[in-house]
Structure formats: C-alpha cells, structure tokens
Design a protein around this ligand. Structure first.
Ligand code: RIB
Ligand code: CA
Length: 313
C-alpha cells in the first residue's frame, strides 16, 4: 500500500536528494505535491530548484507549489554559505520548463488534507516549518486529518549547527516549530543526532556517480559542493546527509532507532532561540509528543539511497 505524502522543502542539495529518493519510490510513496518554503535560500529560488529536481527525476507530473517567503514572526535567515548562491550549487541543471502551480502552498496543504481521506496523508518537512505552522493556524481542522509529520529538525546530543543551541530548520522559524509540536499530530523527528551519523564518505559519493545515470552524477556533484562547509567545520571524512533520512524513515523504518519523548521549542530566549529541548531521559511529565530518532544504520541508508537513485533517468 503506497503512502500519500506532501514534501515541504527548501532545496538545498540534501533536500534535492530527498526529493529524488521519494520520486524514485512510486511503489512505496505517492508524492501528491511538493511545496517550497523560505529557508536555505529565498523562496523563489527554492521553488525553482524544486522544479529542476522534479525534471531531473523525470516525474514531471508531480505538482510544485510556492509556500511562505518568511517565518511566521521573524525575518528569514538563509544558508548560502553552505548551499551556494543558487541554493543548489554543484550540478549544472537546466532552467526548468515546468511551471509552479498558481495556488499558494499553504492553501494546497489545507485543501489536500481536507479532500483526502482523514489520516492518509503524511507531511514530510525538510526545511523550516513555516508552511505547516501557518496551515495549522489558518485551518485547525486539518490537525486530526494528518497521518504523521516526519521532519528533519532539531538536535539534542549533537547540539546545534546554526547556533550552539539550535539546528537551522528550527532556528529559522521557532514559532512555527512550536505550533507544530503542540498540535497533537503524530510527529517523527529526525534530528542532527541521526543525520550526523550518516556521513557521505568518498566511497559513498563514488557509489552515486558510479550508478552511471544523470541522477547519480547530479547527486555526487551536489554533495561534493555542499560538503565543503561541514568537512571544514567538523573535520570528519564525510559530511552529514540530513533530509533524505526523512524519506528513508518512510521506506525502511528499521534503519532507525528512537523513543517517544517530550520535545519543546525555545521561542523566547535570543541565546537559545530554536533549541529543541528534548526530555530524552523523561524526567518531566510533559506530554510525549514526538517519536525522537537518535540513530541510524548508515550503511543501510546509503545502500537504500544508491539502489533507489539507480531507478531514475
Ligand atoms: O540543519 C539541516 C537542515 O537545514 C537541512 O534541512 C538542510 O537542508 C537545511 O535546510
Ligand atoms: Ca532542507
């Protein structure tokens, strides 16, 4: 039985790889639509990058929408220092022929959740949670209709990557993350604690380019560009591959381990803005609102990713 998903994203190279993994798995995932959000780079560029990736996958029937340009309360903070001025530096992908849908991405999310059978649509968030937060504020009735929100967000044992306290996606829009985590919707959180354990070592990148197709070559070029910042910063032999973990969780959940705990977002302090305060040792009576994943079988993850990318053009 395929799972219906909406991907909310700020492509970025790792987002792009997550989108390719999802579009390469039609027998498992029915990608209803892709919604861009302001994050790694400005909205217009993120949306254009999403169109490029859909065309690269060959799945040009999948609609792409533009959502919110900036966070719910704060001004947008971007990450060109990691992803490059286009947000998808690395491969030379052609300007997209495919056009964005006219509807606003937040309204698309609301309408889709209202029209699909309740409890059948999963939201996969790869960037700041602005679109989901806004959808829940505009249409609270959609909350019980969402099957699950699987989000690349947060950090606890690995601490922050954008500040000492916060992971980028939550740092950019802490208020949206707070709305989503208090919504009562089933949430699976894939934090840096997981993604810092799935490193793209050189032989894994060679495995992508060795597939011999356009998608494999593009993925290798994306990682070779975006890894520079993390290799320098962390001094490891490979850089974390964040967003594809969201899709891998849906495809092979046994690759991951975690537990249901409370996660609460810091929205008041400027010092710790966007921190995901994870009650991992369950020392409070706060509601256990999140399945918090803490580790992944990284060899299994790269096997799955390489296998699925080989299905693309
Ligand atoms: O902190 C990692 C997250 O921030 C990933 O989603 C990456 O694409 C950036 O958006
Ligand atoms: Ca992202």
């Amino acid at each position: 039985m395929t799972r219906k998903i909406i991907i909310d994203t700020d492509p970025g190279q790792d987002d792009a790889i997550a989108i390719l993994l999802a579009l390469a798995s039609p027998e498992d995932l029915d990608v209803l639509g892709i919604v861009a959000v302001g994050g790694n780079i400005g909205l217009a560029q993120n949306a254009r990058n999403a169109l490029k990736v859909v065309e690269l996958s060959g799945r040009t029937e999948v609609p792409v929408y533009a959502g919110c340009e900036r966070p719910m309360r704060r001004m947008l903070v971007t990450a060109e220092h990691v992803h490059g001025p286009t947000g998808l530096d690395g491969p030379d992908l052609p300007e997209p022929k495919k056009k964005l849908e006219a509807q606003h991405g937040v309204d698309y999310i609301i309408d889709t959740l209202r029209s699909e059978e309740p409890g059948t649509v999963t939201l996969c968030t790869l960037g700041p949670l602005t679109n989901i937060g806004m959808a829940l504020v505009k249409a609270p009735d959609i909350a019980p209709r969402i099957r699950e929100i699987v989000m690349m967000a947060g950090a606890y044992f690995e601490v922050g990557n954008f500040t000492p306290a916060a992971e980028f996606n939550v740092y950019v829009d802490p208020e949206a993350a707070d709305v989503v985590l208090r919504s009562g919707v089933p949430i699976t959180m894939i934090p840096l604690d997981v993604t810092h354990g799935v490193l793209s070592y050189a032989h894994r990148i060679e495995g992508f380019s060795g597939i011999g197709n356009k998608a494999g070559r593009a993925v290798a070029e994306m990682i070779l560009f975006s890894q520079k910042f993390d290799l320098e910063k962390y001094g490891n032999e490979g850089a974390p591959l964040h967003d594809p973990c969201v899709i891998a969780w849906l495809l092979e959940p046994d690759l991951f381990k975690g537990r249901k705990i409370n996660v609460t977002i810091e929205t008041a302090s400027e010092l710790t803005r966007g921190m995901t305060v994870a009650d991992y040792w369950q020392i409070t009576d706060r509601p256990r609102n999140v399945l918090y994943l803490r580790s992944a079988d990284d060899a299994g993850f790269y096997r799955l990713l390489t296998e699925r990318l080989a299905r693309l053009p």
